[in-house]
Structure formats: C-alpha cells, structure tokens
Design a protein around this ligand. Structure first.
Ligand code: DX5
Ligand code: ZN
Length: 215
C-alpha cells in the first residue's frame, strides 16, 4: 500500500487544529509540510513556528519539504521544530553530500528533491546515502497545478536503479496527484504520494485519503 502524505499547504490555516485532527483520524501516514522562501521558489508559505505547533498536534511523521536556498543554515532549526524527514532540493545545494550528512547527523531522515527538469541520473553518487527521493511532478512553489506526464518516466527509471542497487530509498511524488492519476504513479514505482488540493479541497478528505491509500 502506498504511503499517503497530505500537504497542509492546501489546508485551512484558520482551522489548522481541526485539519490536524482530521489527518490524525485518517489513514494518512505522513504530514507533508512545504516551506518556501520566496527565493528558491516564487512564493512564500509558512515556516518554523507553524511546524512547531503542528508537531504538538500529531504523532505522525512530519515530512518537511524545504523549497529554500541555503537549507544547511536551517537544518538544526527544523530538527528542533520537530521534523522527522528533511528534504532539500538538489538545485539548492552546492555541497549536497555534506548537507545530507548534516541532516542524518542531526537524527533526521534525509531526502533530496528534484525539479521537473533535473534528471534522476544526477543522484547516482548520493543514492546510497539518502532515505528518500522526492520527484517534483509540477514546478515547485504552488499547490493545485497539473501533473507533468514525463514524471512517470523518471519514476520508472529511478525505481529500476533503486531495485538494482538493492536500496531501501523511498520515491515520493509531489504535485498534481489526483485520484485519477495515482494508480499510474504507483505503477511507475512510487512509494509515497503527496496530495494537497486532492485531499483538502475534496468534500470528504478522510474518504479521499482512504481512496488514495486503497490504490
Ligand atoms: C508544491 C508543493 C506541493 C504542493 C502540492 O511546490 O511542494 O507539496 O502542496 O499540492 P497539490 O497536491 O495541490 O499539487
Ligand atoms: Zn511538497
């Protein structure tokens, strides 16, 4: 069964406690938390104080997706805020290997995210060091965008490499995931589905999570 990671970017921030409660009662596995700095991506979302509060509202895994420049400056802060998984962007890291080690030394699981234009082959020399690879299936910065179909080829290629090397690295797919395309994403080899709008803009978010989980 896929791991389901609803993105709280699409949640109702005025009722964040209720949204957390709903996710806690649902079959969601992880809380996906999108941090944007207005530099790496053309949008600003939320940051450390919000994540600290969400941490107190759940015992589920907090999966923090950093869409920020110089993520190494804030790794300790996100650990303190309660992140279990910290994902940095390949395109934002000049010393990716060092940044991965830093995240692991802090006691978090380390993820690396790839923008739609970044080939999966570029991770060849760090694959064995990371717990998670996040494949962006939209250009990062905004929820509610359309899934880029070419992503399926990247997922397949990456899954083949992971299996050939006998690694446990998880493939997470983020952006434009819907009930209609989730099966093709899983079939391509993804382990984790992020879903923002599909979950929070649906009539019955718990039921939608159940349907994603049952794929
Ligand atoms: C986009 C974020 C996503 C976003 C997904 O930059 O990384 O996690 O919240 O939203 P949907 O599922 O609506 O495409
Ligand atoms: Zn994300």
């Amino acid at each position: 069964m896929p791991i389901i990671a609803p993105s709280l970017l699409a949640s109702d921030f005025l009722h964040l406690a209720d949204e957390c409660k709903m996710l806690n009662e649902s079959e969601a596995d992880w809380f996906h938390l999108d941090v944007m700095d207005g530099r790496f991506v053309p949008n600003i979302s939320y940051g450390l104080p919000v994540i600290e509060q969400i941490r107190t509202a759940t015992s589920k895994i907090c999966d923090v997706h950093l869409m920020i420049e110089e993520p190494e400056k804030y790794a300790q802060d996100f650990k303190n805020a309660g992140a279990d998984i910290l994902t940095v962007h390949y395109e934002a890291c000049r010393h990716l290997h060092r940044n991965i080690q830093q995240i692991k030394d802090l006691g978090m699981l380390a993820g690396v995210a790839l923008n739609p234009h970044t080939p999966v082959q570029l991770l060849q020399d760090v694959m064995q060091d990371i717990d998670l690879i996040l494949i962006m299936s939209v250009n990062p910065g905004f929820g509610g965008q359309k899934f880029i179909p070419h992503t399926l080829k990247k997922i397949k290629l990456l899954r083949e490499r992971i299996d050939t090397l006998g690694l446990n690295t998880k493939i997470e797919v983020d952006g434009g995931v819907t009930l209609a395309n989730a099966k093709s994403i899983i079939d391509a080899g993804a382990h984790v589905l992020v879903a923002g709008s599909t979950v929070f803009k649906s009539k019955d978010p718990k039921q939608t999570i159940h349907e994603l989980k049952s794929i």
